[in-house]
Design a protein around this ligand. Structure first.
Ligand code: SF4
Ligand code: SF4
Length: 112
């Protein structure tokens, strides 16, 4: 019988098999990346968020989940205005974090 809906594919992430070399390298270069508490202040204040979906919080989560395509899409929307850096309660230099991340490929190698 057709009920008019389908089961959604699983969105589960197996953290044991995910490739998170890019996040590990970022954490080496910008150790503050490990202190994020996921409060979302950066996302709430982001100039580009409403149009591009950019969110430092989601970028950090996406990296740990191996979602590189989504991360790169968000990064391409960042204008490097630095507003997120001004509101982060952990004092993370999010702008520097973004700039560093843009220089790392999926394997965590420096590309530029
Ligand atoms: S404002 Fe800072 S602590 Fe909060 S989610 Fe963003 S980066 Fe993490
Ligand atoms: S630097 Fe990028 S992520 Fe931060 S508030 Fe500006 S546009 Fe958003």
């Amino acid at each position: 019988m057709d009920f008019g809906f389908k089961l959604s594919p699983s969105s589960a992430v197996n953290l044991d098999t995910v490739d998170h070399r890019r996040f590990d390298r970022l954490a080496q270069l910008v150790p503050d990346a490990l202190t994020c508490i996921g409060c979302g202040s950066c996302s709430a204040t982001c100039t580009a968020s409403a149009w591009t979906g950019m969110s430092v919080r989601k970028v950090l989560l996406g990296l740990q989940r191996g979602q590189d395509a989504e991360v790169d899409k968000m990064l391409s929307g960042c204008m490097l205005c630095g507003k997120c850096t001004m509101v982060c309660p952990r004092g993370i230099n999010t702008r520097q974090l973004i700039l560093t991340l843009c220089r790392l490929d999926k394997k965590g190698e420096m590309v530029r």
